[in-house]
Design a protein around this ligand. Structure first.
Ligand code: NAP
Length: 308
């Protein structure tokens, strides 16, 4: 148990990411009090029932008022409206952060609503499951996962950044700092485009009427099963990710299409050497990921399984 990093933390939005933060904050004793707010009464009732947050508030402003750290844990497309609501009540010297999967669009949407007296330090934990909602969180979600801190400005107060880093490290994460545009490109390669491909593959299988649903499930190899798991991720979250990381995602999908055409051509022309070399290269990339400790051999795309 460490000394608290903040006196009071406010979590706005109480889904998978916020609820996992709450349990990890409690596990580490990282705050004296955590307040929370969710849009629907149903979620707020659930939070109160399961003891998620020390105090569940009926408005975002009420939860944020007096907090030393306010973390926006809502879908990317909702960040701006939430910032507009809490902006007027923020305590001078407080830090505002977020956990959105896209960074440049969030900075553009949120920054104009924040007073000059607060520090804005966006972040993105690279951890998740396909589950959502207040009951899906667990304290271990961030253990040994990366959290990328993306300071909104070059002159962001280093003390505010260091404190947020200490919080994420206290929750078990490894922390790196990154520029917003670079973050969005890296995530387009490693997460956003792969999700779109998974969605498409599951859609294609569904289109093949000659293959029955039961056959798809019964004979699905691990790869396809992983695709179906990814394709079960929250539709609102992923709609917002693609709409808000448009340029980087389209750039990567363009490159993906070119590579796919090259493989398609190799298959048609019987160019086994091309296929073999390509697959050897991709296998080396996979080995590098395992050696870096970012995944195991288990076929689950490395997304930490929910403990029983
Ligand atoms: P989630 O489980 O679906 O929870 C979303 C929360 O936001 C809920 O409390 C929901 O309230 C609230 N919300 C939804 N729309 C809203 C709106 N228009 N205005 C105000 N509140 C709204 O989502 P999550 O997985 O925790 O994701 C939250 C954020 O983390 C997103 O920005 C996402 O990009 C990011 N992220 C997600 C993952 C992941 O794998 N899931 C990983 C890293 C980062 P109600 O329950 O009342 O509807």
């Amino acid at each position: 148990m460490r000394a608290p990093v903040y006196d009071r933390i406010a979590l706005i939005g109480l889904g998978l990411i916020a609820s996992s933060m709450f349990w990890a904050i409690k596990r580490g004793g990282l705050a004296k009090e955590v307040t929370g707010f969710a849009r629907s009464e149903e979620t707020r009732d659930t939070a109160r029932r399961i003891g998620l947050c020390d105090r569940v508030c009926d408005s975002a402003a009420e939860a944020a008022e007096g907090a030393d750290l306010v973390v926006l844990c809502v879908p990317v497309g909702a960040m701006g409206a939430v910032a507009a609501e809490i902006g007027p009540v923020l305590k001078p010297g407080a830090t505002v952060s977020d956990v959105g999967s896209v960074k440049r669009a969030v900075i553009t949407a949120v920054a104009p609503h924040l007073p000059d007296t607060v520090h804005f330090v966006p972040a993105h934990p690279l951890a998740g499951t396909e589950h959502s909602g207040p009951e899906s969180g667990f304290a271990e979600l961030y253990d040994n996962r990366w959290c990328l801190i993306v300071p909104a400005q070059d002159d962001t107060d280093p003390e505010a950044v260091a404190r947020l880093r200490a919080l994420w490290e206290g929750m078990g994460a490894n922390v790196d700092e990154m520029d917003a545009d670079h973050h969005d490109l890296v995530l387009a390669v490693t997460s956003h485009a792969p999700h779109l491909i998974a969605y498409t593959m599951v859609g294609v299988a569904d289109d093949l009427r000659r293959v029955t649903d039961s056959e798809v499930i019964k004979y699905s190899a691990a790869g396809f099963r992983d695709f179906t798991r990814i394709a079960a991720s929250d539709p609102t979250m992923w709609r917002d990710v693609f709409l808000n990381n448009k340029d980087a995602t389209l750039e990567i999908l363009g490159r993906f299409t070119e590579e796919l055409f090259a493989l398609q051509r190799a298959i048609r022309t019987g160019d086994g050497e091309h296929l073999f070399d390509y697959f050897t290269h991709t296998r080396d990339i996979r080995r590098g990921i395992i050696e870096a400790g970012q995944d195991t051999d288990a076929p689950d795309f490395g997304r930490g399984a929910k403990p029983k």
